[in-house]
Write a protein that binds this ligand. Structure first.
Ligand code: FAD
Length: 450
């Protein structure tokens, strides 16, 4: 059944097609290509990184265990960080012990973050893809597909400014951040909580000119959170109409080269991030909110009185959107019960972190023990040659809120790429790939599964 009837401009054939060039799509593509598969990655933008580059989101959240002692997200994530560090494009997690400017002066859950430079991330992810033999196809958006009666995708259609292209593959990985391919294929998807509410989205921006010495002094003075994060001042500005929206505390992270990342703007009211018209309106209003927050920072925080606005993100940071329904649905209970699945493909300890005003309220849950992500959560329930990675995984709202951060997304991409390559090269469906084969390969590439 074909969902597109337009003339085809260009046709491509490969073993594995990855849709989406965010950190999870990058990771999936490199991993599949390193396994020997012929891989194409399609991405609507002109570079890789997705939320990490277009959305200017950072730092990479912690890759450490619940006690903050051992690194448990390793493999391709570790390699990416080492490569970035070697080019001066990141500060290693080893040099970010937490509670300081690199971790936004947060005392919990931020041990071993990795600040990175956006331009370096664009360059290094691209270089790693090309070195592995991935064929990159920018400016292409997956807009439809053919299936053989609904059980396998056979061909994906992408749109560029000239029209429609077609890509045939044996295995498909949906790393679009919004399960766009799964939805087009008619596979089961879910979005948000029971009532369809998703987490708030936020537009990041960067600033320069921060007086770090002064800010450090303020932050290290005492442990009072309201004082440290200027919470009373924000409330006052709110009551006077000088701060119409945004986080109720100062949230800035030191990046590289004197650039600081600001995670304070946010759009609280529910809207449909899948509707480009609604998304456009929200992005326009976020840029106005950013100007207000920027002015408040300059006027209120002595260490920020000389700051300059460097850039606002080109794309909204969308924390949560549509995801696949997989062979397994990974749940918050699995995290609370620290389940180590037989088919685990990553072990993590990231906290459940929900930023949401409507429906489920703002909440966090710090994992006390490590937990795992099952391979079954990366395989579509309905399409036998469709996998998902990163934000598209099959998870309830709570588990999603824990593993949506970048280190687990990269680990998921790595596992999806390895599984997809095995299926394509052995001529089997992804659901028939033995989890042990995937685990052996993850371990051989430096991954941690204990
Ligand atoms: C506001 C905010 C703050 C965050 N803070 C942090 C943080 O401090 N640390 C951290 O580690 N994580 C953080 N995260 C989470 C993290 O950034 C994301 O969850 C992660 O980057 C998702 O990666 P991804 O590759 O799965 O998806 P995305 O980054 O969303 O990438 C998806 C890619 O798919 C492409 N795409 C979309 N539709 C199509 C289509 N139809 N065809 C082809 N391609 C398509 C997009 O252009 C995009 O490049 C934050 C997220 C947000 C939104």
């Amino acid at each position: 059944m074909s969902s597109v009837t337009l003339k085809i401009n260009r046709e491509y054939v490969c073993d594995v097609l990855v849709c989406g060039g965010g950190v999870s799509g990058f990771s999936a593509a490199v991993s599949a290509a390193r396994s020997g598969a012929d891989v194409i990655l399609v991405e609507p933008g002109g570079f890789l990184g997705g939320t990490a580059t277009k959305g200017m989101v950072g730092p990479f959240m912690t890759c450490y265990d619940a006690a903050g002692k051992n690194r448990i997200i390793r493999g391709l994530f570790e390699e990416l960080v080492e490569r970035l560090v070697s080019e001066g494009g990141a500060v290693s997690y080893l040099d970010c012990p937490g509670s300081d400017s690199r971790s936004g002066y947060r005392t919990s859950g931020h041990i071993g973050v990795t600040p990175f430079d956006i331009e370096a991330l664009k360059r290094v992810t691209e270089a790693m893809c090309l070195e592995a033999g991935v064929r990159l196809l920018y400016h292409n958006t997956a807009v439809g597909c053919d299936t053989d009666g609904g059980r396998h995708i056979t061909r994906v259609y992408t749109a560029d400014s000239e029209g429609i292209n077609a890509i045939d593959a044996l295995v498909f990985i949906d790393a679009t951040g919004c399960a766009a391919l799964a939805a087009k294929a008619g596979a089961g998807t879910m979005r948000g909580d029971e009532d369809g509410f998703v987490q708030t989205s936020s537009m990041f921006f960067t600033i320069s000119g921060v007086d770090k010495e002064e800010l450090d002094k303020h932050m290290y003075l005492d442990g009072d959170m309201r004082r440290r994060f200027y919470m009373d001042e924000i409330e006052e500005a709110k009551s006077e109409g000088r701060f119409s929206g945004g986080t109720l505390k100062l949230r800035i992270f030191e990046g590289l080269g004197g650039i600081w990342v600001v995670n304070m703007a946010q759009h609280d009211d529910p809207y449909n991030e899948l509707d480009s018209g609604e998304l456009t309106k929200v992005e326009i209003s976020q840029r106005l909110q950013i100007l207000q927050i920027f002015n408040w920072m300059k006027e209120t925080v002595p260490a920020l009185k000389n700051i300059k606005l460097v850039a606002t993100a080109s794309d909204m940071g969308i924390r949560e959107s549509r995801r696949i329904i997989g062979r397994k649905i990974f749940t918050g209970e699995d995290i609370m019960n620290a389940v180590l699945f037989d088919d685990r493909i990553a072990v993590c300890a990231n906290s459940i972190d929900i930023h949401q005003k409507v429906g489920v309220s703002y909440s966090t849950y710090k994992a006390e023990s490590n937990y795992s992500i099952p391979l079954g959560a990366l395989i579509s329930r309905d399409i036998d040659n469709l996998m998902a990675a990163g934000k598209c995984l099959s998870a309830d709202k709570y588990a999603f809120a824990a593993v949506r951060v970048m280190p687990p997304c990269i680990a998921m991409g790595e596992a999806a790429g390895i599984t997809a390559a095995i299926a394509a090269l052995d001529g089997i469906d992804v659901c028939d790939v033995p989890a042990e084969s995937v685990q052996v390969e993850i371990a051989a590439r430096g991954g941690y599964l204990e």
